[in-house]
Design a protein around this ligand. Structure first.
Ligand code: TNX
Length: 540
């Protein structure tokens, strides 16, 4: 993998100096920028008669071919013919060659366009899917009816820098319909993002049907009203309107299948022990005080969390997780772990008894014990856990990965102790933060993460040595929806910033260049128009 990268980067450098950097960087308008692109002479003409051939059949062929068909129909009203099987490239054809022995790294691909045809090669279907995404970006970005499409000759060699290229969505603070989640996945695929972090449970709403615990959705998926304006405004008013919604297990299956066809892993997050008021409102016996509790109507951090002393809490969580792992094939399950105030645990006789019995030092160690117990359970089912960086407090569960959000310190500590890490620091990766001067923007939670700032993010901290750096699985953009009441608003906050993130996690560090990115984004923006994405026009 590294060899290919080093060679590719070297060739890239040589070409850059020969032709002037922008010629090479913009050989095509592809975002995220590929590892290597060598422009060729002439072009290939694609028309209705062009045949798409594949070295393989079955569901992967269907996934790749239908991604191409959908795009070509929507953009040019040109529907490619039914795919055919071929073991070699035929003149005039577009050939997708799945070649496990090619030595191309997982998710990587080669793509060659000449006047005689197009060849894509990869060792995995994922790689061919990304070859197809790049090919679509070599086609005209404008949506207009076309009978033939000219594709400039080019040779591309490409592979992602990181295996975790994540985008998160909080469907709890504001529920988002299934149709939108599916579109969200489409846009991720277009940017070669491969991990969808689905934040499903919160204080303000429980959004996944669990058959064993029906009250989670009967009670926990609804709140009676929602705060208007900022959380910390003491005069804040409420809108008086009930808000609710949840995904049935059938919906979840549909989302997971849809994602898989786009080579996206859906990582579900079930929050524990904090951010759990909706669960407590449904089953008050899960809390230390026994309630009553109410699904939260304002934002923030709440003292009422799950009781760590009661066995019933673990019976409940195991019951929930049993259904979750049936629905989500992801090896990694997110167990939350953030923002769990220890106030109630300090007062609760059962939590205190647990601390004594288990020989724990304090409530932080109790949280660590809690998470480790859940980790053991999930490990026994063949899954592993990731949690927010608070799970480091009181000792990290032995096999846990860490999602570093309060800056990078948690991620650095975890990587240094041999734990896998996803970087998602609030400073650079929070897509709920303002993207421009707040006075010009709709209300947001705060912060400031411009397009250029996220583009400049470097997921591997300088303080890690090469060995430790291997534990950085990648980075992720987080989309908390306290101040995003609907899907149009989510799109406004996410695009084009997720495009900048895609280049951070996919492209070689050396190839990143903001000017080139902005130039290439001109084409991407045209695609956003065609797809009807409500992107932010601040920079465009
Ligand atoms: C902190 S990030 C939270 C979320 C909020 C977010 C708002 C994290 C692990 N916890 O519950 O929605 O800040 O930016």
């Amino acid at each position: 993998m590294n060899n290919l990268k080093i060679n590719a980067v070297n060739i890239f450098m040589i070409l850059s100096s020969l032709f002037g950097i922008s010629t090479v960087l913009n050989a095509s308008g592809i975002v995220p920028v590929p590892v290597l692109q060598i422009p060729g002479k002439g072009s290939f003409t694609l028309n209705r008669a062009t045949i798409f051939q594949y070295s393989f059949e079955g569901e992967h062929r269907e996934n790749i071919h239908s991604a191409i068909t959908r795009h070509m129909e929507l953009f040019y009203g040109l529907k490619p013919a039914t795919p055919a099987k071929a073991d070699r490239h035929n003149k005039g054809a577009i050939w997708f060659n799945l070649n496990p022995g090619s030595g191309i790294p997982a998710e990587g691909y080669k793509l060659e366009v000449t006047k005689d045809g197009i060849k894509a090669e990869a060792s995995t279907p994922n790689g061919l899917f990304y070859a197809a995404q790049s090919l679509l970006q070599l086609m005209p970005a404008e949506q207009k009816s076309l009978e033939k499409i000219e594709i400039q000759s080019v040779k591309i060699e490409d592979e992602p820098r990181f295996p975790w290229r994540g985008l998160h969505l909080d469907v709890c603070r504001h529920f988002m319909p299934k149709e939108f989640v599916l579109r969200y996945l489409d846009y991720m695929a277009m940017h070669k993002l491969n991990t969808f972090h689905f934040h499903l449970t919160e204080d303000q709403g429980w959004r996944i049907e669990i058959k064993k615990y029906p009250r989670l959705t009967e009670v926990g998926s609804k709140r009676k009203e929602t705060l208007i304006g900022r959380n910390f405004n003491p005069d804040a008013k409420f809108d008086g309107k009930p808000h609710g919604g949840f995904f049935t297990q059938e919906d979840i299956k549909e989302i997971v299948t849809y994602a898989a066809k786009r080579y996206i892993t859906v990582v579900p997050e079930i929050e524990m022990p904090g951010h759990a008021l909706a669960a407590l409102a449904s089953y008050p016996e899960l809390g230390c005080t026994g309630g009553p509790y109410e699904v939260a109507t304002r934002w923030g951090v709440f003292n009422d969390i799950m009781c760590a002393g009661k066995e019933g809490t673990f019976e409940f969580l195991e019951g929930v997780l049993d259904e979750v792992i049936e629905l989500f094939p992801s090896k990694i399950i997110h167990i939350g772990g953030d923002e769990a105030p220890k106030h109630n645990w300090k007062e609760c006789p059962l939590c205190q008894e647990r601390i004594r019995k288990e020989g724990l030092k304090d409530e932080h160690e109790l949280q660590s014990w809690f998470i480790t117990r859940i980790e053991k359970y999930l490990n026994s089912k063949g899954r592993s856990i990731i949690g927010w960086d608070e799970i480091l407090e009181g000792g990290l569960a032995p096999n846990a990965a860490v999602m570093s959000w309060r800056g990078e310190a948690g991620g650095i500590e975890a990587a240094k102790s041999g734990h896998y890490v996803v970087m998602s620091p609030g400073s650079h990766c929070y897509l709920d933060h303002y993207q421009a001067e707040p006075a010009t923007q709709p209300l947001a939670i705060g912060g400031f993460t411009s397009l250029a700032k996220i583009y400049g993010y470097e997921p591997v901290p300088a303080s890690l040595n090469a060995e430790e750096a291997k534990y950085i699985m990648g980075a992720q953009g987080n989309v908390w929806t306290e101040y995003m009441p609907n899907s149009a608003h989510v799109e406004y906050m996410v695009y084009p910033r997720a495009a900048a993130l895609s280049e951070v996690v996919w492209s070689p560090k050396e190839s990143r260049n903001y000017e080139s990115f902005m130039e290439r984004m001109q084409s991407m923006i045209k695609r956003y128009y065609a797809y009807g994405i409500n992107f932010s026009r601040i920079e465009f």
